[in-house]
Ligand binder design. Structure first.
Ligand SMILES: Nc1ncnc2c1ncn2[C@@H]1O[C@H](COP(=O)(O)OP(=O)(O)OP(=O)(O)O)[C@@H](O)[C@H]1O
Ligand SMILES: [Mg+2]
Length: 362
C-alpha cells in the first residue's frame, strides 16, 4: 500500500524514531504535492534529447526549505526523495554538486565551445526530473553565476528542484563581493521556488547528542559506540568523501553524510594540512567524528600542532566534536615543547563535551 509522507512521518513518531514536530508536519503536504505530480508524469521516451518534458501540466514550484541547524530539513528532504517513486531523481550535496559541475565545465571547455554550461545542463536535464540539493550555500560569485544560469535552464525544462539551506535566499551571499550580480539569482529562487522556513524550535542534532558521551578513551574500545553515533546521525548512510576546494587545491575528508564527517586523527593531522584546510572543513560540517587521537609529544610535534589548529577551527565554527583518544584531554600532551599551548586545546576539548556546547542556533 502506498503511504503518504504524513503517514510515514506519523509511523516514525509512533515507533519513537522521530519526535512529533508541528513545524515539520506542516511541510509534508507541500512535499506530497510535488511527489504526486512527479509520480503522475508519463515516463519520458528514451532518446528524446533535451529532456523537455511534455508540458501537459506545468510543473509545480519546487521548494527552498531553510532554517536553523538540526531542524530536520535534510531529514524531510530525504524522506521525500526516498518516497518519490520515479527513476529520474537525484539527491546531491550542494558542495559536491558544484565540484562536479566545475569538473564537467572544465572538460567541455576543452572542446572549445563558447557556452559550456548548455551541454552540461542538457545532460542533467536528460536524466533528472527531480533534483534535491542539500545544504545550499554560496560563497563565491562565480559559483553564484553558474548556479543561477543552471537553475534557470533546469527549471525552464521542467526539472523540479528542492533545496535546503540555513539561510533565506536574500542572505545566501550576504556580504559577498559584487553582490549586485547575485540579485537576479535571489529573484529566481523567490519566483520559481516556494521559499519555506522550517520554524521548528528544536535543534534535533543537538538533542540527539545531549547527554550522550562524545569523548571516548581509550580509543580501542570506542569503535562500536562511534559506529552507533554515526548511524544515528546519518540514518545509516555509507557516506561519501567530502572534497573541499582550498586555495586551488582540494582537501578531502574520507566519509561525510548529512552534515556529519568521520575521519581518523591520522587522516586529518598527519598530512601537511594547514589552517585554511581546517577552517574549510570546520565550515562545511556540523559534526566531526575524529578517531584515534594518540598520546602527543615532541616526537609527533607536527601532528600535535595541526591538531591544535583543527580544534581551534572546530571550536570557532561551533562544530560538534565526537572523538576517541588514547587518554583524557589533559593527559594527551603532558611534556615537552608545545605542551603549554596544548592546555588551551585540552580545555576546549573539555568544553566541547559539555551539554550546552554548540547549542546556539544559526
Ligand atoms: N522530529 C525529529 N525527531 C527526532 N529526530 C529528528 C527529528 N527531526 C530531525 N531529527 C534528526 O535530527 C538530526 C538533524 O536533522 P537534519 O539533519 O535533518 O537537520 P537539518 O535541518 O538538515 O540541519 P542542518 O541545517 O545542520 O543541515 C538528524 O539526525 C535527524 O534524523
Ligand atoms: Mg541538513
Amino acid at each position: 500500500m502506498r503511504h503518504t509522507l504524513t503517514q510515514m512521518y506519523d509511523a516514525r513518531v509512533a515507533q519513537g524514531t522521530l519526535r512529533p514536530d508541528p513545524a515539520q508536519h506542516a511541510i509534508l503536504p507541500m512535499l506530497e504535492d510535488l511527489r504526486n505530480w512527479l509520480e503522475a508524469q508519463p515516463a519520458r521516451r528514451p532518446g528524446l534529447l533535451s529532456g523537455l518534458f511534455a508540458r501537459s501540466a506545468a510543473p509545480p514550484k519546487g521548494q527552498y526549505l531553510w532554517g536553523g541547524v538540526g531542524r530536520g530539513k535534510s531529514m524531510l528532504m530525504d524522506m521525500f526523495h526516498a518516497a518519490t517513486d520515479i527513476p529520474a531523481k537525484r539527491r546531491v550535496h550542494f558542495h559536491a554538486f558544484m565540484q562536479d559541475l566545475h569538473r564537467q565545465l572544465h572538460a567541455v571547455r576543452k572542446t572549445g565551445t563558447d557556452d559550456p554550461l548548455s551541454p552540461v545542463a542538457a545532460e542533467i536535464i536528460n536524466d533528472t526530473r527531480l533534483l534535491c540539493c542539500d545544504e545550499m550555500q554560496i560563497t563565491d560569485i562565480t559559483d553564484a553565476m553558474i548556479v543561477g544560469r543552471l537553475f534557470q535552464m533546469l527549471l525552464d525544462a521542467g526539472v523540479v528542484i528542492v533545496t535546503t539551506s540555513n539561510r533565506p535566499p536574500a542572505d545566501l551571499y550576504k556580504d559577498g563581493l559584487n553582490r549586485a550580480a547575485f540579485l537576479p539569482f535571489i529573484d529566481l529562487l523567490h519566483n520559481r521556488l516556494t521559499v519555506t522556513k522550517l520554524e521548528s524550535p528544536t535543534d534535533y542534532r543537538q538533542h540527539r547528542l545531549t547527554g550522550a558521551q562524545v569523548y571516548f578513551h581509550p580509543a580501542g574500545r570506542a569503535q562500536s559506540a562511534l559506529n552507533a553515533i554515526w548511524a544515528d546521525l546519518t540514518g545509516g548512510a555509507a557516506g561519501a568523501p567530502l572534497r573541499l576546494p582550498v586555495n586551488g587545491r582540494t582537501v578531502e575528508v574520507a566519509r561525510f553524510a548529512n552534515g556529519t564527517a568521520r575521519a581518523s586523527f591520522w587522516e586529518l593531522c598527519a598530512k601537511p594540512l594547514g589552517s585554511a584546510d581546517y577552517l574549510s572543513i570546520a565550515g562545511a560540517v556540523r559534526v566531526l567524528i575524529l578517531e584515534d587521537i594518540p598520546h602527543l609529544s615532541a616526537t609527533n610535534y607536527n601532528e600535535a600542532k595541526r591538531f591544535v589548529i583543527l580544534v581551534d577551527a572546530l571550536y570557532e565554527a561551533k562544530v560538534r566534536l565526537i572523538c576517541s583518544a588514547a587518554d583524557e584531554p589533559e593527559r594527551l600532551y603532558i611534556e615537552g615543547t608545545g605542551s603549554f599551548e596544548f592546555e588551551r586545546t585540552a580545555s576546549r576539548l573539555r568544553e566541547m563535551q559539555s551539554e550546552g556546547w554548540a547549542a546556539v542556533t544559526a
